[in-house]
Design a protein around this ligand. Sequence first.
Ligand code: SF4
Ligand code: MG
Length: 332
Amino acid sequence: MEKILQVKELQVSFSTYGGEVKAVRGVSFDLHKGETLAIVGESGCGKSVTSQSIMRLIPNPPGKIISGEILFKGEDLIQLNESELRKIRGANISMIFQDPMTALNPTLSIGEQIMEGIIQHKKLSRAEAKKAAVEMLTLVGIPSPELRLKQYPHQFSGGMRQRIVIAMALVCQPDVLIADEPTTALDVTIQAQILELFREIQMKTGVSIILITHDLGVVAQVADRIAVMYAGRIVELGSRREIFYRPQHPYTKGLLQSVPRLDMERDELVPIPGTPPDLFSPPVGCAFTARCPYAMEVCDRAYPFRTQLSNHHYVDCWLQDERAQVLVSTFV
Ligand code: SF4
Ligand code: MG
């Protein structure tokens, strides 16, 4: 499968008064052409920081990409300067956020806003840009697009505004779309419609999507593969089937039991006890040790090796590794 984006050993830190927060601690993954990869985890696990690093949107200071590579079509985005990045942002890699209102300018018509990106990146005439904007609004399911181009954001409902934001993100036909909690601000019915729209758009355009979310319901609906993040690391990655039906990391299992799903009764929900470790001084071993019902001595002492379970499925957990017992015997 063609790899459109490769993140390798990414480390990102933030300086604060309390010290350095190691928000992302060696994250690696590939994004394949035309797939949706979901990155899931609790708030503060580093999933948004990872996606903002890809767009090089980490405010520096206080944030800093410490090391790693982000290869987009073979080019390392970490090495690019601001003007090179501006050419890529929006044109090749686009991003949409949780709250559509913050992405839209209330004083400009939505036509102006959709056309702005394409005029800037593709050097089209206004007439051509307008045609592209109409096509985009049609693609995202806005009725009477010619008329609605002249309207302002406040004249649209929340769900419609998110469709407009998606149109803006897609107008330059990017290869990669990063969506950070794109449906969190919407009610459940609209949320389902927007997720369905992602699928349609992907089928029609072949865009690769990174979907950042804490919501496994969202993931179940659209993800091809799922990366589970905990305390700044990907602890398990697999196909949607593998993560939902054969989860191996105790944290993944905990997540699946702690969020409501359609096939589950409310009283079956079991929250994961405890809280994630603080990332000022992250543990040397597995960061889930304090909350894990299966924790062993080795877990505290050393970070687990990665175990490959299938082509696409891997996990970082000592339970999967026979060497755990051998290592324990070397501790005094
Ligand atoms: Fe639990 Fe140990 Fe596996 Fe971490 S490495 S998830 S503490 S069993
Ligand atoms: Mg976030």
